[in-house]
Design a protein around this ligand. Sequence first.
Ligand code: SF4
Length: 175
Amino acid sequence: MTTYTIDDYRSALSRDLGHISRSPWIPWKWVRRSYTPGALKPLSALFDAYRTVSSLVELSKLVPEEEGCGNGSCIRCGTCCSSLNPGLTNQESYQGWLSSGTLTGLFFREVARPSAEESWYAGWFHKSVRLRICPLLYYCPETGAHWCAVYSLGPGHRPEACESFLPAPPDCWIS
Ligand code: SF4
């Protein structure tokens, strides 16, 4: 299997997205596991999602808040966040994210409308492209830990699958 360097990814991206790829917060370990530089459309969608997040929040200010996150058994390796399917969300949660400005809502899209009053939304999407890892997962080069851009907002701001996740096999290698 070909092992690509970070520079391979940066070279493949367009110039403006290449700029985003120089952010210190990119979780390269998980990007490299889920994407190849040759599959440019999905890779560009992910980095465009990173660009969107960077334009809305200052990640350098968020990371200190996130340092305390995670429960006692979580070593913040990023395994679950890079592989967990966030599942479906109902209209109430989705609208709550949008109205509160929570980033989570940006990366969900409507996938079913069983009736005029009922819709279901799924993540992770950006501009109609299904993302292979969560675009709210970031890396802290100083600690070597991963962090979630919306964790510090408290309950109700992450998908239910994230909020109910407990480190356990097969998602979590520490268990
Ligand atoms: S929203 Fe946060 S907790 Fe959920 S998968 Fe993304 S980074 Fe992980």
